[in-house]
Design a protein. Structure first.
Length: 215
């Protein structure tokens, strides 16, 4: 497929995803996907990854997310509808099926540079100031407490355990978000994660100082 044909596929996918996620209030809205797409394309330049695969996987990465659409197969249906070449569709599907974090003790390696780029971009948007905002948006959308001092973090050793977790939102920082810096798979992604990680550490320090009445 020529570049014009791929540009049309990307535009159709962007329009579809923008409409599909426009009203989301869990932190997985269109603007999250927009940011991930832009981050992924920037990382793709630095890593010399296939821009078409990266952009399509970034746009579609939440369509089948288990947190939002359990047992969904929408990505494959969409790629088939657009007649994306089988090898490219399989590559995009491999990324979208494996991009998500599945627990502190569950490895989620990506087999291609395109997968690593998209996964790093998605995880970058989960940390830092925007990550903090998204975390509380998601917790509120699931009726979770902000914090409970008697409920300590759990380092989940299986995807099933992580899926069933209903703990308060502050625990999510320790069970996932603070782990992401060291799970970045590209050099550029890691460098960007350093500052965002520090932002979260500073926020948590301030949170607990205020909780304890020290500030």
């Amino acid at each position: 497929m020529n570049s014009h044909g791929k540009a049309q596929i990307i535009k159709q996918t962007e329009d579809f995803i923008q409409q599909r996620f426009a009203g989301d209030g869990s932190g997985h809205d269109w603007w999250h996907i927009h940011r991930v797409r832009n981050l992924a394309l920037e990382l793709a330049k630095r890593e010399q990854a296939d821009a078409f695969i990266v952009e399509m996987a970034a746009l579609l990465h939440d369509l089948d997310d288990w947190k939002l659409n359990p047992d969904s197969n929408q990505v494959e249906k969409w790629l088939r509808k657009l007649s994306v070449a089988e090898n490219e569709a399989n590559h995009i599907l491999d990324i979208t099926r494996n991009v998500s974090f599945k627990g502190a003790g569950v490895p989620t390696p990506m087999s291609t540079i395109e997968g690593k780029v998209v996964q790093d971009a998605d995880r970058l948007d989960a940390i830092g100031a925007i990550g903090i905002a998204r975390t509380f948006a998601f917790g509120g959308s699931r009726d979770r407490l902000i914090y409970h001092p008697d409920a300590t973090p759990e380092m989940h050793q299986s995807f099933e355990s992580y899926q069933q977790n209903q703990s308060h939102t502050i625990n999510h920082f320790y069970e996932k978000l603070l782990l992401l810096k060291d799970r970045m798979q590209t050099r550029a992604g890691y460098e960007m994660a350093l500052h965002r990680h520090t932002v979260m550490e500073n926020f948590l320090d301030e949170f607990f100082n205020e909780w304890d009445g020290k500030n």
